[in-house]
Design a protein around this ligand. Structure first.
Ligand SMILES: [Fe+2]
Length: 250
């Protein structure tokens, strides 16, 4: 499996604190069946001022340590960027953080959706970038109105839900929204969004099991393997069919 969202780089954000944490997270991920981890430190102006210059050297250092320890994990550099209106300039200056030359993980605020978001996401698409919205199921506006993502997904935006949301570890409201969105064909992949070895660890298999029951083996596998791999290669990701009835109680 490929984990497309993981705060594994030590000292860059609220994820791994040191090299020992990061190596332990790699061991946990490997034991869970993950072979590739996309390192996505937060990029949020004034809070986590990360960019290529801060991220790439730490990634290379961690990959060296992982190789030395004999852990078969490949690390890919990227970021989880908090949505802001100057984002396109940031991407133009930090092309090394794009996945497959065009995909990038984008985080919404947790309590609201900025009024400029819709127009801005389409502007990003016109510029050749494909946003992957991270864990919308944890946003209170989306929880009340998951169907708002239909238009965004039809416009080419990808959606990542967190594995622990699917398993209910963020509570029932988050779980319900996550499963409704999966069922409605609005979710392209799940990822761990792991932060530490023992708090939000890099485990995908539990979420994958829940998905298998909900949407079947093939599609569950696509959401942890085929689609993340396409993203890493810069290939186009097809839409999932939309199930009827939509947004039923789960
Ligand atoms: Fe994250």
């Amino acid at each position: 499996m490929v984990d497309l969202h993981c705060h594994i780089l030590p000292g860059l954000d609220d994820g791994a604190e040191d090299m020992d944490d990061a190596l332990e997270m790699c061991r946990i991920a490997h034991a869970d069946g993950i072979h590739t981890i996309v390192a996505t430190p937060h990029c949020k102006n004034g809070v986590y001022d990360n960019n290529e210059t801060t991220i790439l050297p730490v990634l290379h250092k961690l990959q060296e340590a992982v190789n030395q320890e004999g852990i078969p994990i490949r690390l890919i550099p990227s970021a989880e960027i908090h949505i802001h209106p100057e984002l396109i300039t940031f991407l133009e200056e930090n092309q090394g953080l794009l996945l497959g030359g065009r995909y990038v993980a984008l985080e919404l605020p947790s309590q609201f959706v900025p009024p400029y978001a819709r127009e801005f996401l389409f502007k990003m698409r016109l510029k050749g970038y494909t946003p992957i919205i991270t864990h919308p199921e944890r946003n209170s506006v989306v929880q009340a109105n998951p169907e708002m993502f239909e238009e965004w997904v039809r416009g080419g935006v990808l959606v990542q839900v967190t594995a622990m949301s699917i398993t209910g570890e963020f509570g029932n409201r988050v779980r319900k929204c996550a499963l409704q969105m999966v069922r409605a064909g609005l979710v392209h992949l799940i990822a761990t969004d792991a932060h530490l070895p023992h708090w939000r660890p890099p485990v995908l298999s539990k979420g994958r099991k829940v998905l298998e029951k909900l949407v079947g083996h093939r599609r569950a596998e696509a959401m942890v393997k085929d689609i993340p791999e396409k993203i890493l290669k810069g290939e186009v990701v097809e839409e999932f069919p939309i199930a009827e009835p939509r947004y039923q109680e789960l």
